[in-house]
Ligand binder design. Structure first.
Ligand SMILES: Nc1ncnc2c1ncn2[C@@H]1O[C@H](COP(=O)(O)OP(=O)(O)OP(=O)(O)O)[C@@H](O)[C@H]1O
Ligand SMILES: [Mg+2]
Length: 435
């Protein structure tokens, strides 16, 4: 401020001296003109610098104005420093904002920000997918105009957001179950968090089905057993009849025992997610065991062929492999009518993978059942399967054992001709070693 005053005083003095000198030599008119001209110098200087500032400001280039000398240098310098620091602040706020947006976008949950009137202020891509929204198109639209489910509209109107809301059959293919909850924040705003609970809902449904199936499977033999016991209590039976009843009770107990055993096997397999160990399993010995069991089960009613066309052995958990191979062989026998053929074959295919396949000349399986056979308790013909003592857990066990051995279970079947069940093991599980 002081330097500005000194400058101003200097110009005034200069103008006064010049006017005085001119007055002495050339008269009053020249003196006034010279005085005004000298006083106008700082005005012109200021005007030029203002005009430059305006031009750079219009192009948003205030930071790059070349600094003039004199008083305006300070003005430019201060302005440039202010603009630079403001721009830095804006950039850092923008970066922070972008990071928030990126974090919200990375969230596996749908996120919507609603203003006080439930207009969508922002939503992430997951929320767009869940509700078929398009942020650019739907921004500032009222959410209840876009999500028309009555339960959702009711949830919004009631404004009691302590509990979440479950919306089923949502999404483009109506296959999503969504759990959403609104959380108040800021000035009457709400954050709507949406979670995909489809898998949880499915697991819950599966658990309910499972309990229902187990209870159903147990109820039949228990009811039959109780019936027999009541009969034996109330009737005076002779020895032969008693034996007959005991046999029938034994078979029902056996049925319950095998169901419980299968359930335990499944539970153990499900709990054990590690890959099966690499113990060498002698496939020839295994085939001999399987053949013995098969003949006992069939009681000479079927024709068998058990062949091995490779000297290679398999590496895995012997007990599990025996159970998986045995399940496939016993299915082939149980579902193939008397006088049918059953062939079990161990070989290495063209890709070097080990294959154990069981082929039968049974009734075959219609294609709509194929993909569901490995579901727990899935049976094509419940009554027929129950007649043969089946619980519908065998192939589920086989599938788990296959997974633990990185193997694939391939089911091919031609209705009326027969079926082939193949377990395909990766090369890494084959070995020339023997036990
Ligand atoms: N070789 C086969 N031929 C025709 N149908 C088969 C064959 N193997 C399995 N199935 C069908 O697949 C269903 C499921 O088989 P799975 O082995 O899982 O159960 P199960 O044999 O009924 O009972 P479990 O094996 O637990 O005693 C069977 O009920 C049967 O209908
Ligand atoms: Mg079975």
């Amino acid at each position: 401020m002081l330097s500005a005053l000194i400058r101003f005083a200097f110009i005034v003095c200069l103008a006064f001296i010049a006017a005085y000198v001119c007055l002495i030599h050339w008269g009053a008119l020249v003196a006034i003109t010279a005085g005004i001209a000298i006083l106008a110098i700082p005005l012109v200087y200021s005007y030029i610098n203002l005009a430059r500032l305006l031009k750079y400001a219009q192009d948003d280039k205030v930071e790059s104005i070349p600094l003039p000398s004199g008083y305006w240098e300070v003005v430019y310098f201060r302005l440039q420093r202010l603009v630079r620091s403001l721009k830095l602040q804006i950039r850092s706020i923008e970066q922070q904002h972008n990071r928030f947006i990126e974090a919200f976008q990375a969230s596996p949950n749908g996120i919507l920000m609603l203003d006080g009137q439930d207009h969508i202020e922002w939503c992430n891509a997951i929320a767009e997918r869940f509700f078929g929204l398009h942020f650019k198109r739907d921004v500032m639209q009222r959410i209840n105009f876009l999500i028309r489910r009555p339960e959702f509209i009711q949830y919004l109107t009631r404004r009691q957001f302590e509990e979440p809301l479950l919306l089923e059959r949502m999404g483009p293919d109506s296959n999503l179950s969504l759990m959403l909850q609104a959380f108040p924040f800021g000035d009457k705003r709400h954050l709507l968090l949406v979670q995909d609970v489809t898998d949880l809902q499915k697991a819950d449904a599966m658990r309910r089905d499972f309990v229902a199936n187990v209870s159903h499977e147990m109820r039949t033999p228990i009811t039959v057993l109780m019936g027999f016991l009541e009969t034996m209590q109330s009737l005076d039976l002779d020895k032969a009849q008693q034996h007959q009843y005991f046999d029938m009770m034994m078979s029902q107990s056996q049925r319950m025992k095998s169901l419980v055993e299968d359930l335990l096997t499944l539970a153990n397999l499900e709990a054990n997610t590690l890959p099966a160990p690499l113990q060498v399993i002698n496939v020839d010995t295994l085939m001999a065991l399987l053949k013995n069991d098969a003949q006992a089960l069939s009681q000479n009613k079927h024709t068998f062929e058990f062949k091995s066309s490779t000297p290679l052995n398999l590496m895995g958990e012997e007990r599990e492999i025996l159970s998986a191979f045995g399940n496939l062989v016993s299915n082939a026998i149980r579902y193939t009518p008397d006088a049918g053929y059953v062939t079990a074959h161990w070989q290495v295919n063209d890709q070097g993978q080990g294959e154990f396949s069981v082929m039968d000349s049974g009734p075959g399986i219609a294609s709509e059942h194929l993909s569901r056979l490995t579901e727990r308790f899935y049976r094509i013909d419940r009554s027929r399967s129950r007649d043969t003592g089946g619980t519908g857990l065998g192939l589920a066990i086989v599938k788990h054992i296959a997974n633990r051995h990185q193997a694939q279970l391939i089911i091919e079947s031609v209705p009326g001709k027969g079926s082939t069940f193949t377990l395909r093991f990766p090369k890494e599980r084959l070995t020339a070693l023997t036990t």
